[in-house]
Write a new protein. Structure first.
Length: 571
């Protein structure tokens, strides 16, 4: 076994998930010369979502844990759907999650020549043939899981004819869809994937890397295992839908490796996909949302894409913590999105500074506070951190509080501001509400209070207890900011299960609300794109990429509590 492989000692093996354990067992047995080389093989036909993050953390994570390496290989076998935009976005997402492929960046197109030569070899060995049937005819002729398929009328073409037709396919002499190259295996196999699978199809769209060189492109089942073999991949870790593909994966690799298969052969291991409530993971559906303008792009903070979660304010660590919590198994499950939300709350609670922002402001005048006076009060940045420090916040006669923190005729258990009761202004004084001022329509436009000058927080008098504490900002010093209140994109728990309705009908109409807030000057002075903060008593917010010093924009990452669950119970 290689000296750089770090396999967990026996007492720690209980902590390994089943994939990690299988890899550790292979290393301990000295398979593949003790090497560990995984790979992450995305198709560059869309942006990665949190389901891909699960695969990334496994592929790169197990290699990192056990002293191996992980390749990044783009499965660029369909030029009709691929784009360099997707390639670059995938690279960014992997780096943001904290992983790197070093000098091991590959493309399936790197192996087009070798794959084509392997296909020619199989034709010469009588193990592949050109089929002229339509895709519909081939599907019908394959039979069903309980009914054997029937042979194609072209199955017994001569080697010479198959070689000639395949070469002409690649020269562009035939129309797309008119011919395919199929492996000649077993039309009666109980595994449908063995019923003469398609190896190559005709595509005349120029490839973004190889240009006009190829007119035939390999199918995933033919390209994937061989690409793994060419690269020296030892463990091909994928999701459960590839379990029935595994025998075909091994079949092709063994044909390619020949006698050398005893020395080295990649192993396919499958784990469960990530499914989330109130979310769709289908690339096709996500692309539809983007193209139809139902979201503001792939990085819309409501999207489950990695870049969308990043823009929303999620952190790499919160995503990894969530993935560790749900684990890797061989059973499909629908995971509650509240677990993901819990993970980001925990992370930001430890790491995000506390600041004051008022999202729906109403003015409060402290009538007995001196006009023109400004006190700079110290506010704690983060009580969860020992050395987080403090910052100063101006206190003045006129302040803003949240409109729903005041009620003129309040019930008994309303512990916020109401006439005749005291509340504490966080980090400042205790105030008593005396009255409110209304406009001609009866809307409250101003609240009048008096303060107790002996109750400043941090002083001896500041220890006096009252039941309510409110956040606030100074009217004179407040800075305007745009706040985008994001919520779950879908209104139903499992939109993929709602087969009777179009998934677009299930979108949450309240998934985005925009408000204009008043924020403290300290926050305005330090806010930079992707910075994260806790707005006191409200939730966690991230500075948006659109934000500028002149126009500060925040995205709500998540509330302080799971208000969605409470609302659903009430409903």
């Amino acid at each position: 076994m290689s000296e750089n492989v770090n396999v967990a000692p026996a007492e720690e093996k209980k902590q390994l998930n089943f994939v990690q354990q299988l890899v550790a067992d292979d290393l301990a047995a000295g398979k593949n010369g003790g090497r560990l080389n995984t790979r992450f093989p995305p198709e560059p036909n869309g942006y990665l979502h949190i389901g891909h993050a699960k695969a990334i953390c496994m592929d790169f994570g197990v290699a990192e844990m056990m002293g191996g390496t992980c390749n990044l290989r783009f499965d660029d076998t369909n030029p009709q759907k691929e784009d360099t935009e997707y390639v670059e976005s995938i690279k960014r997402d992997i780096h943001w999650l904290g992983y790197d492929w070093g000098d091991r960046l590959y493309y399936a197109s790197d192996y087009f020549e070798k794959l084509y030569d392997f296909a020619i070899d199989l034709i010469k060995r009588g193990m592949a043939y050109v089929d002229d049937q339509t895709s519909e005819e081939i599907a019908k002729q394959k039979g069903t899981p309980t009914v054997p398929g029937t042979h194609s009328p072209y199955r017994d073409r001569s080697v010479e004819e198959n070689l000639d037709l395949f070469e002409r396919m690649n020269k562009g002499e035939f129309d797309e869809g008119s011919r395919v190259l199929r492996a000649k295996i077993d039309m009666a196999s109980s595994n449908m994937h063995f019923r003469d699978p398609i190896m190559y199809r005709i595509i005349k769209t120029p490839h973004w890397r190889t240009g006009e060189k190829w007119k035939v492109y390999p199918m995933y089942d033919f390209a994937h295992g061989q690409s793994d073999y060419f690269e020296g991949v030892t463990h091909s870790i994928c999701t459960l839908e590839f379990v029935p593909h595994r025998p075909l994966y091994e079949y092709f690799v063994k044909l390619l490796a020949g006698d050398k298969v005893e020395e080295y052969c990649p192993r396919q291991i499958e784990f469960n996909r990530l499914n989330l409530t109130y979310t769709v993971m289908s690339k096709r559906k996500l692309l539809q949302l983007v193209k139809e303008g139902l979201v503001a792009g792939w990085d819309d903070p409501r999207m489950p894409t990695i870049c969308g979660l990043r823009r929303r304010g999620f952190t790499p660590q919160s995503i990894k913590n969530f993935l560790d919590a749900i684990g890797y198994t061989k059973y499909e499950a629908l995971n509650d999105i509240s677990l993901l939300e819990h993970a980001i709350r925990e992370d930001l609670n430890k790491n995000a500074n506390r600041v004051s922002a008022v999202l729906d402001p109403v003015k409060v005048v402290i009538t007995n506070y001196p006009e023109g006076k400004v006190e700079m009060l110290e506010m704690e940045n983060n009580p969860e951190q020992e050395n987080a420090g403090k910052h100063q916040m101006p206190f003045t006669r006129e302040i803003y509080i949240e409109r729903d923190d005041f009620m003129e005729d309040a019930p008994k258990k309303f512990f916020r501001m109401t006439p005749g009761k005291e509340v504490r202004l966080k980090g400042a004084y205790i105030v008593m509400c005396d009255e409110c001022v209304k406009d001609a329509e009866g809307n409250i436009i101003e609240i009048h209070c008096t303060y107790d000058p002996d109750t400043l927080s941090g002083t001896e008098g500041g220890n006096r207890k009252v039941k309510g504490t409110l956040h606030w900002v100074s009217v004179e010093h407040a800075v305007d900011a745009e706040v985008r209140l994001y919520d779950r994109l879908f209104a139903v728990e499992n939109p993929s299960a709602e087969t009777e309705r179009d998934f677009r009908e299930l979108l949450n109409p309240d998934s985005l609300k925009v408000t204009h807030a008043k924020i403290e000057p300290y926050l305005a002075s330090i806010a930079k794109p992707e910075d994260k903060f806790q707005f006191q008593r409200i939730g966690y917010f991230c500075v948006d990429l659109d934000s500028t010093p002149e126009h500060i924009v925040f995205n709500r990452t998540i509330g302080l509590k799971d208000s969605w669950a409470k609302a659903q119970k009430k409903g």
